[in-house]
Design a protein around this ligand. Structure first.
Ligand SMILES: Cc1cc2nc3c(=O)[nH]c(=O)nc-3n(C[C@H](O)[C@H](O)[C@H](O)COP(=O)(O)O)c2cc1C
Length: 239
């Protein structure tokens, strides 16, 4: 694959949050995990394991667990003044988009593999290396999904402490494992809306940090507001 093909794949990768119930063939799921095996990891520790859920009853139980946890988050969100609430801090938790996806791939990391890291790294930032390794394989999964014409949603709510404990118990996952995140995989119901992507020249610095590119709080606030509302452009063109 040349760069043109690669950048097209990267640009086509999107988050999809509503799914058809059509099943995903097992061989496509295998292909996603096949790609994930080759991701870079700290000290080549490869701490990842993938739990594939396609049994509707088990998936439904996971969704129920997520809803319980999300209800608490929702209640916490409601303690903020109305104008400071995230637009997603609404009752969406009652009907999570990923629930209809025919496959959930839950990514676990075996914490014992942090022993693979040099002691200095382990003592200093072992947790970050471990989590980054899991993020790395998750991204490979994302790209594989796109290349196969499938859709996916990155679901972090399964890793909240309560959800994590209950899901691990439900699925018989050993204690030493961290539930990183879940990927809901299927066929998207709708194409994704355009998204806001920061311009290359705004995020690149040559040799030294260019303070002209440092965004003052007001500008940053505008940006945060725009991405929270899912806008594809900034209200003005200042970036
Ligand atoms: C670490 C991480 C956590 C995320 N968690 C969620 C999530 O819990 N639910 C969700 O719908 N999307 C989640 N996303 C997807 C982002 O919302 C999405 O990537 C972003 O809005 C840009 O849209 P795009 O993926 O279509 O380019 C997550 C992405 C990352 C990298």
């Amino acid at each position: 694959m040349d760069y043109d093909g690669f950048i097209q794949l990267v640009q086509n990768r999107r988050s999809i949050r509503s799914f058809k119930t059509d099943p995903v063939p097992d061989d496509l799921v295998e292909k996603i995990i096949e790609a994930a095996r080759f991701a870079p990891s700290g000290a080549n520790s490869q701490p990842w394991e993938f739990l594939v859920l396609n049994d509707k009853d088990v998936k439904d139980r996971v969704v129920e667990i997520v809803k319980e946890g999300s209800e608490s988050s929702y209640k916490i969100g409601q303690t903020r003044p109305p104008d400071e609430r995230h637009p997603s801090d609404n009752r969406r938790w009652k009907n999570p988009g990923f629930k209809d996806a025919p496959v959930f791939i839950i990514l676990f990391g075996d914490k014992r593999l942090m022993e693979t890291f040099p002691l200095s790294a382990c003592l200093n930032h072992g947790d970050e290396i471990f989590v980054s390794s899991l993020a790395s394989t998750f991204l490979y999964m994302n790209l594989a999904v796109t290349s196969l014409g499938l859709a996916s949603q990155w679901v972090t709510s399964t890793s909240q402490p309560l959800a994590q404990a209950l899901i691990k118990e439900l699925l018989g996952v050993p204690r030493d494992y961290k539930l990183y995140d879940t990927m809901a995989v299927g066929y998207g119901k709708h194409p994704p809306l355009p998204r806001l992507v920061r311009k290359r020249e705004e995020i690149t610095h040559d040799n030294r940090y260019d303070m002209n590119k440092y965004r003052p709080d007001e500008q940053l606030k505008k940006f945060i507001g725009a991405v929270q509302k899912g806008r594809s452009t900034m209200p003005d063109s200042s970036g």
